[in-house]
Structure formats: structure tokens, C-alpha cells
Design a protein around this ligand. Structure first.
Ligand SMILES: NC(=O)c1ccc[n+]([C@@H]2O[C@H](COP(=O)([O-])OP(=O)(O)OC[C@H]3O[C@@H](n4cnc5c(N)ncnc54)[C@H](OP(=O)(O)O)[C@@H]3O)[C@@H](O)[C@H]2O)c1
Length: 313
């Protein structure tokens, strides 16, 4: 039985989900099946990840062999930045559903608050403001609401929205966002944003919960806390790995986590995090690691009208 958090519309989200960004076709289908076999009931997908077909195949194999039924599993997808115009939202979700071979997603998110022109590259780096669209994400949100009204998404939410942007949607919506999916790991523990969202009954989901360990060593990139010898030592006390310590810590903040892995042993490890409790001292140490350093800063778009990281949180 996977553990869940209650959303503001009564639906439940399993606390641990499988991330799929950069999970290559060829690996991701097997990773999804391994995850479901290990007890995961939550898969985090996105149109932008270009692997929703394979993710869907993995899920469908687990329907066919009787391990799960559709309503046992929570599937998220996300609307990419080039498609923020209201009339693009439903068609883009339909495209993801077709790839995943599903009738609905449990959660559809606006991937980022800033939009790009439909004709721009998916990541218009060094193209400047001419690549941006100024579609207001409130317009996009109306398209998201239509997805719920058509039965294509059970819930809708935000991703990478700062507190002011969350509040603006919250105050101008007909259907409330249930989630804000943002980067959270001990290097950026987001306590203020989590508290802000909690007051509005919005659950935070942590992406890059392991600090995207595969980027370690890149210049300017924060060293993931799973490589901190003190965190490794804390793990030894509980017969756990540093990754399990970090995930346990994040879950203790009242949020859900979506660690990505295509490695079966790690997939199993990352959900086996509920049978130990860190001491106050250990939690204080993990709190002290916070330096508000992101592994996904997206500074190429810092001049966009809706860039989210120009304010404190
Ligand atoms: N909304 C957004 O804008 C956004 C942005 C980024 C990510 N996301 C979502 O969040 C998910 C997670 O973020 P992420 O993939 O960037 O980073 P992450 O989950 O923090 O780190 C993934 C890396 O950690 C490795 N890893 C996994 N488990 C491990 C363990 N137990 N011990 C040591 N290393 C381990 C993985 O390697 P292997 O796969 O080789 O095992 C992979 O290289 C994404 O996959 C995606 O679904 C959303």
C-alpha cells in the first residue's frame, strides 16, 4: 500500500513517485515496470521528456499482467512552454494521453510559468526575448480548467511557480491548483514556499530530490547532499543510504518526492524510506545544508516577464 497525501479536491497523491526526465527510451519502460513491482503507484511524466510512449507501454504491461488497474496508479503529465495559449492546452494534453494510451491523467501541470512562442525551439537558449510569448499563465490556467471539465485530468496544478505566481492563480481561478511541483532537496529546502502553499492547501512535490546526482562536478553546480559524508554517516546508523536519508528528510517536510532512476536497485531503495525516523539533531544538520542553490536555475530565461526565480521564493 503506497502512502499518500490528500489534495484539496479530495484526491490522494502517493508520496513517492518515479521521475522520468532523461530516462532513455529503451530503459524507461523497464524502469516503470520495476517501479510498479516495487510498490510505486505514482509516475511523473511530461510531454517535454519525449518518452511518454515508452512510459505508457510500461504502465500498460502492468495493467495486462494484472498487477494494477488504472485507478490504482497516479499519472502526472505537464504542458510545455511553447503551448501556453488557451486553445493549445486541451490538444496538448490529448497528445500526451494518446502517447500514454490513457483516457485521463491524474494530474496535469503547467511545466513553467513562462511561455515561448509556438514557433520557437523547445529550449530557446541564446535567442533572447524574441523567442518568448507573453501569454499570461492565467489564460493558460483557463485551458487547464477545461481539461478537468472534459474529464481529461482529475486534478490540475503548477510547476516552478513562485509564491506571487501561485497566489495570482489561486485568487483568479475557478478550479484551485492542487500541487506546485518545484525543486526541493537539502541544498534548497524551500521551507518558505512549502509553508506558503500549505496555507492555500496546495501540496508541494519535490523534483530533483536527490540533487540530480548525475550532474555532480559540473562547474557552478551544487554538490548533491547524497555525497555529503555526514549524510552518509547518518544513513549508516539506520542501515540506510544517503539517498534514503535525504528522501526521508524531504517527506518529513510534508511533501511528495519524485526521484528518478532507471536502476532497479535504486528504484527499490528510493521507496524504502518509511521505516526510520531521523533525530532532531540529524534534521537540524540537513536543515543547515540549505543554501538556496538550484540544480535547475534556468537562468537563460531570467529576462522573461514570468521568470519565477527573481524573488526570494
Ligand atoms: N517540473 C520540472 O520542471 C522538473 C524539473 C526537473 C525534474 N522534474 C521531475 O523530477 C524528477 C526527478 O528529478 P531529476 O531526475 O532531475 O533528479 P534526481 O531524481 O534528483 O536525480 C536523478 C539522478 O540520481 C540518480 N539516482 C537515483 N536514485 C539514486 C540513489 N538511490 N542513489 C544514488 N543515485 C541515485 C539517477 O541515476 P540512475 O537513473 O542512473 O539510477 C539520476 O542520475 C525528474 O525525473 C522529473 O520527473 C521536474
Amino acid at each position: 500500500m503506497s502512502r499518500t497525501l490528500k489534495l484539496n479536491n479530495g484526491h490522494q497523491i502517493p508520496i513517492v513517485g518515479l521521475g522520468t526526465y532523461k530516462s532513455p527510451p529503451g530503459d524507461v519502460q523497464r524502469a516503470v515496470k520495476d517501479a510498479i513491482d516495487c510498490g510505486y503507484r505514482h509516475i511523473d511524466c511530461a510531454w517535454f521528456y519525449e518518452n511518454e510512449v515508452e512510459v505508457g507501454e510500461g504502465i500498460h504491461e502492468k495493467f495486462s499482467d494484472g498487477t494494477i488497474k488504472r485507478d490504482d496508479i497516479f499519472i502526472t503529465s505537464k504542458l510545455w512552454n511553447n503551448f501556453h495559449a488557451k486553445n493549445k492546452v486541451v490538444p496538448m494534453l490529448k497528445e500526451s494521453l494518446e502517447k500514454l494510451k490513457l483516457d485521463y491523467v491524474d494530474l496535469y501541470l503547467i511545466h513553467w510559468p513562462m511561455g515561448f512562442k509556438e514557433s520557437s525551439p523547445l529550449l530557446p537558449i541564446n535567442e533572447g526575448a524574441s523567442a518568448y510569448s507573453d501569454v499570461d499563465y492565467l489564460e493558460t490556467w483557463e485551458g487547464m480548467e477545461e481539461c478537468v471539465n472534459l474529464g481529461l485530468a482529475k486534478s490540475i496544478g503548477l510547476s516552478n511557480f513562485n509564491s506571487e505566481q501561485v497566489d495570482r492563480v489561486f485568487k483568479n481561478c475557478k478550479i484551485k491548483p492542487v500541487i506546485n511541483q518545484v525543486e526541493v532537496n537539502p541544498n534548497i529546502n524551500q521551507k518558505k514556499l512549502i509553508e506558503f502553499c500549505k496555507k492555500r492547501e496546495i501540496v508541494v512535490t519535490a523534483f530533483c530530490p536527490l540533487g540530480r546526482s548525475n550532474y555532480a562536478g559540473r562547474p557552478g553546480f551544487p554538490t548533491p547532499t547524497i555525497f555529503d559524508p555526514k549524510v552518509v554517516d547518518i544513513g549508516k546508523k539506520y542501515n540506510k543510504t544517503a539517498a534514503q536519508v535525504v528522501l526521508n528528510y524531504l517527506v518529513s517536510l510534508g511533501i511528495s518526492v519524485i526521484p528518478k532512476s532507471v536502476t532497479k536497485s535504486r528504484i527499490a531503495e528510493n521507496i524504502n524510506i518509511f521505516d526510520f525516523q531521523l533525530s532532531d539533531e540529524e534534521i537540524a544538520y540537513l536543515n543547515s545544508c540549505n543554501k538556496n542553490q538550484r540544480c535547475s536555475p534556468q537562468t537563460d530565461y531570467a529576462d522573461h516577464k514570468y521568470f519565477p526565480f527573481n524573488i526570494e521564493f
